[in-house]
Design a protein around this ligand. Structure first.
Ligand code: NAI
Length: 262
């Protein structure tokens, strides 16, 4: 059983929820963050049902784009549990729109949530880990952080950016006893496409065929859990053709581009 404190953002649904449940089964002390308190309370209830003592789960609503609130949130966690062993920057929003149909406000929001929010919370937690000389920082990036695909110009830009940030951060802090993991999911069956932004900023509202046929979210959480426990620097997770894109890109970017275009 775990004695670590694990803070998961985007814990109110999908991958974050499934990962919270997996850590609850492992006995970790959990901090659950996202914007909707009632959904976080629901997930906290599931964690308690899985056997986690009530005093080992903290519901901490926050918006990752509200940077000024984040240092205060870190203090709340430290006040409750004393340490933060693992931060999983998992909150995120996707996109479903062609570039020519996408408002600048949508690009801004994708960057704010998927990049700046992860950086801001990581920067707020980092001094605590540096002081202790240990800790683990993770981000849920995406295959879209390695490969450019249509209708995701802003999402791919954001996920490439966040991948670059955490790869560079790893090079800075690994020698200080701090591990950095980038999680690289392919298609995972969650509400990601329903919650994705259309070009005008409204919710896309539909389940994609790719997402509908994606990996089960509990299976995904198991792969991520094992990868994080093994302190893997990169954790690919998925079961479909999109995972092949990762190595085709390495071997032949030109071949991959032709496949994506077709
Ligand atoms: P989801 O839509 O179910 O979960 C997104 C979570 O982020 C929700 O809890 C939501 O409330 C939270 N969130 C969104 N904006 C926020 C904000 N401003 N502040 C705080 N929390 C916020 O979708 P899913 O699939 O669970 O997504 C989790 C992560 O996985 C995201 O970063 C997503 O980009 C990434 N991902 C998902 C894939 C998939 O196929 N489902 C594939 C690749 C990456």
């Amino acid at each position: 059983m775990s004695s670590q404190t694990v803070w998961i953002t985007g814990a109110s649904s999908g991958i974050g929820e499934a990962l919270a449940l997996r850590y609850a089964m492992d006995g970790a002390s959990l901090v659950l963050s996202a914007r909707r308190k009632e959904e976080l309370e629901r997930v906290a209830g599931l964690c308690r049902d899985a056997g986690l003592p009530a005093d080992q789960v903290l519901v901490l609503p926050l918006d990752v784009t509200d940077w000024e609130s984040l240092p205060g949130a870190v203090q709340s966690v430290l006040h409750t549990f004393g340490t933060i062993d693992l931060l999983v920057n998992n909150a995120g929003v996707s996109q479903r729109s062609l570039c020519e149909d996408t408002d600048m406000a949508v690009y801004q929001k994708l960057m704010d949530v998927d990049v700046m929010g992860q950086i801001a919370l990581t920067k707020a937690v980092l001094p605590h880990m540096q002081e202790r000389g240990s800790g683990h920082l993770a981000v849920t990036a995406s295959v879209a952080g390695k490969v450019g695909v249509p209708q995701r110009t802003g999402y791919c830009a954001a996920k490439h950016a966040v991948m670059g940030f955490f790869d560079a951060l790893r090079a800075e802090v690994e020698g200080q006893g701090i591990d950095v993991s980038t999680i690289v999911p392919g298609f995972i069956r969650t509400d990601i496409s329903r919650n994705a932004l259309a070009g005008d900023g409204s919710a896309f509202g539909k389940l994609d065929d790719n997402i509908a046929g994606g990996m089960d979210v509990t299976e995904c959480a198991e792969v991520v859990f094992k990868g994080l426990n093994a302190k893997k620097r990169e954790i690919p997770v998925g079961k479909g053709k999109e995972m092949a894109a990762l190595w085709i890109k390495r071997v032949s970017p030109e071949a991959l581009f032709r496949i994506i275009r077709s």
